[in-house]
Design a protein around this ligand. Sequence first.
Ligand code: WQD
Length: 337
Amino acid sequence: MGKILLTGGMGFIGSHTAVELLEGGYDVLIVDDLSNSEASVLDRVETITGKRPGFVQADVADAGKMEKIFSENAIDAVIHFAGFKAVGESVAKPLEYYRNNLDSTLTLLETMKKHDCRTIIFSSSATVYGDNSPAPFAEDAPTGNCTNPYGWTKYMIEQILKGLSLAAPKMFIGILRYFNPIGAHPSGLIGEKPNGIPNNLLPYVTQTAAGIREKLSIFGNDYPTKDGTGVRDFIHVVDLAKGHVATLKYAEKGACGVEIFNLGTGVGYSVLDIVNTFERVNGVKVPHVFAPRRPGDIAECYSNPTRANTILGWKTAKTLDDMCRDAWNWQQKGSRA
Ligand code: WQD
């Protein structure tokens, strides 16, 4: 057990991982600039776990502040969540996305090197698989051909980490390719809180059910899928968070080098499956219409999670019903406070 630094630890996935780490007996220190999160997350994580994580408000690209964090704390490992993550915004602001996501990662890695911190787990994305080959995607499927600057930053950071590993072979570098994280902590205290009009499906569904949005547009009903709507590998954020703890435990056993793991369920559900399941488990209506395909979307994206299942001994446990129930619980309780 040691002290784990979570960059972007106040965000959706970071805060859930903080909970799982604290419950697993780890010390957690969060660095976050609160550009897309709220300070109240600290209280909420404390309410859930009975423990308060350490917190420094800073931009990870600020070398002086990162140096201070590493000189004042014995950091055993870093989980690097911080980054801009809105696909559409990245198309409109490519320079901001490349500057922010790459700069912060380089500053973090330089500071880790200086302090001989040898374990990093990075939040990558299934988006790196692009449309090079059909689903399911295993880790050795071709990557690249990303459809937006956000995806390219994930791809580029993966290359940076692979290059670093050749020069620093004793490091453990875990690259976790997330599929579609949804749901929320069952307490309803932490969850996803997008700024403005949501781009992702689940926040749009919950806000439509709550009457904040008039209706959901389903982008495309003419895909070559079982019902014509897009298919994705939706994963409960608590299962995803546990995948980080499993990766950390694997690193603690002495693993080194780059290890890439898909974090997904291995099962694809369609947009209509989501709408129907959400309505059924929550007893609410999600008014929806069919709309044209969204540029950059692929028909099907789901994982082959065998590598994480066998090497990490990690497997998802939550169902689509759990995901839809917990997302609605969060929308009604926590997201309004
Ligand atoms: C899922 C499905 C849409 C909204 C993106 C990024 C990925 C990751 C998660 C973020 C698709 C459909 C959506 C709506 C709809 N990154 N949809 N109506 O595109 O699979 O993945 O978000 O941090 O890297 O690429 O997720 O939730 O946007 O879409 O019909 O209003 O829902 O067309 O089929 P996506 P999503």
